[in-house]
Design a protein around this ligand. Sequence first.
Ligand code: PEP
Ligand code: MG
Length: 580
Amino acid sequence: MSERVYQGIGVSDGIRMGKAFIYRRAPEPDTNRMIKQEQAEQEISRLDRAVEHAVLEIDELVARASKTLGDDKVAVIKGQKTFLSDPAYCPQMKKLIQEKLFSSEKAVREVTDRYAGVFEGMENSYMRERAADVRDAGNRLLQHLSGADCVDLSKLDHPVILVADDLAPSDTVRLDRNLIRAFVTRRGGKTSHTSIFARSLDIPAVVGVQDIMDGVTDGEELILDGNKGICIASPNPETVKDYHAKMEQERRMEEVFRRYAAQDAHTHDGKRVIAAANIGSLSDAEDSLKKGAEGVGLFRTEQVYLSRKTAPDEETQYQVYRKIAECFGSKEVIVRTLDVGGDKEISYLGIGKETNPFLGYRAIRYCLDRKEIFLTQLRAILRASAFGKLSVMFPMISGIQELEAAKAMMEEAKEQLRRRQQPFDESIRTGIMIEIPSAALMADVLAQEADFFSIGTNDLTQYTLAVDRGNEKVSYLYNYFDPAVVRLIHRVSDAAHQAGIPLGMCGAMAGDPLAIPLLVGLGLSELSMPAGSLAQAKYTVSMLESKSCGELAAKAVNCRSAGAIRDLLQEYLQKHGEQD
Ligand code: PEP
Ligand code: MG
């Protein structure tokens, strides 16, 4: 085949070469469908066939797993078979099909949820864990009912470039960075959560490539260029040679940046800027320390929830948070409370489908409604705070009432721990993300109640410009250099300085070398980013001069367009000697 170039949106830098691996996920089953009376018999045969296939599949898996996995893992897989042959599980589904005219999918969902709910309500933690097995059994049945032949990513055994229609955050957390060299997807935007996870894993990625699924064949040779946002299929020898040279150049620049990684970030004239990391797990924490993190500006705790089938209990969360606190010692770790919803679906949390998920039941709104889930997390964070320097940060605060309600929950969690006589850091700081325009506009009021602010430009950009951050069709409008966004940052900075509270940023803008002079000029004291960006960011900060950054920022807020702001910044960096 001849060389073809596919253009998309580069969301995680780096160049990789390798063979394509096409990943197709099973379509979402319709679990609301009803049937007609005369279809009942046929529907029951469909269900019987799906059960038969699921049992055969489990037998195969057990045979394979016995050779490679421990007895405990094999027992978990066998557990699913027990449910399929339970005298009530499948017969109850058939009853619903016959008597209530549910489709097989609807019956499977209904009975599985009911069963899982019973297990989840049990005292014994071993029994509670069984809820995940019932859900697995149910999902396996749904997959066989859809007849989809879906590939299991965990079965990959050689390095590839993953080609997919889309990857859900729950897929990305399972990606093995040793086997996935890079990925390219048809959907997605620059700051969709899939892209964010790719950056945190340091996996080069391109999203929003319209015809990638039909254009590329399994096993075909690919070059993925995350810097330019392109994917080249069957590259000709000239292109391969060019790219080898580019990869070599990239390696040399990384060596230059690496020299700055171990130093604290400060400008040429000595102004201190904290270069912190965005993390989602203990392994991210360890990795970011090696790459020069001076703390954590954003710990996305939802990743602790995403990699599981049931909600993590207090003890499980406490163990993770404590290890991360210990890892950073006296360096601050800002733990963001659960930010679920939007494009992060965690099925067991029961958010359900929404018409406008980014404007809906998300983050702090969910937590203030599901008080037990919120209190469990707050207690776990507080307990871990006794072992390091943790701070708590609430996401998606839109106004003062929400902040007061969240702080009241925090007080309640503290009181519960005091009653249990469990220690925690009594002086723990509580801050908020500024990522909704209303919060930016009311920052002076919010600053009276918050110990710090961290600007989330990923959401602030989407809400200010009314551009879905994950929609490739409107990604041309998504731009954090838009003067509307820059003016809001300026306003938040004024409010934070007036109130004397620290101001950081943890959205993608903070790790963009082009944006850094502007952010320093706007008075931000902490920039938090994926670990892979730290070395270059510290290098960029080291070239800046704080006074001229201030002048630059004053000019930027008066620009008419994102293009004008970019030009200004490019000119500044050229003058101050950035090498590209
Ligand atoms: C943001 O919105 O900028 C942010 C950091 O939070 P998240 O990307 O997790 O929504
Ligand atoms: Mg956000």
